[in-house]
Design a protein around this ligand. Sequence first.
Ligand SMILES: [Zn+2]
Length: 249
Amino acid sequence: MERRKFLGTSLGLGAILSAGCTAAAHATGKQNSTFPTIPLKGKKESAITHWDVVTIGNLSRNRYWGESEEQALHPVICTTTVISGKNFHVMVDPSLKDSSAMAEELKRRTGLVPENINVVFVTHEHGDHHAGIQSFPNASWYATEATAKMINTTEKYIKNVEPAPQQLFSAIDVVPTPGHTPGTAGLRFDYHGLSVFVCGDSVATRDFWDEGRMYFKALDMEMSHRSMKKIAAIADVIVPGHDNYFINL
Ligand SMILES: [Zn+2]
């Protein structure tokens, strides 16, 4: 009953994880296997008030679906995430090229309109991760210096992508995770005690993560593997480049 009471509330994921452990410990006097203890890596205090996955990405080919990696089989989109604080909204990897589709998905998943987005952060230069960037002309466009340079030389957008500061709004860390491309970076933030990491293609999907495998397009496999280990050490919740978010167990 106690468990149902916890799960029946609208508590956040962090609260459910800790509450689950607490409830089990209370009922049995010790931790049991039904509720494994997951030590959380994030801080309770945070300027982040909300975060949402706007589009759940997919791959152009997926080895875990029995597909060959020789050729693209599906239209690809990446996972787009919005991270919000009291006075800011940061979009990571705008996926949809069609501006009305991008605005519609943003509205449908967050209630926001494109003008609400203050910053667009692009994890790396592959086109599917910034296809929808022009829907946000008033936002600051950021990426690592290497990624910004690549995008600015290959795309003819209405303005340049700028090198990102190390932190956004004193609440979101820009964390280099090279390997998939040299300039790949993700965003890490605290949310109710959880450390959330929005990875881009450093983590392709949950299946790739479970097997510890890099997506075949990674430029440097060894470096990419080191970056995955770095993410594993600091993240409770992982938002991959082409899948829904999941818990780092
Ligand atoms: Zn990529």
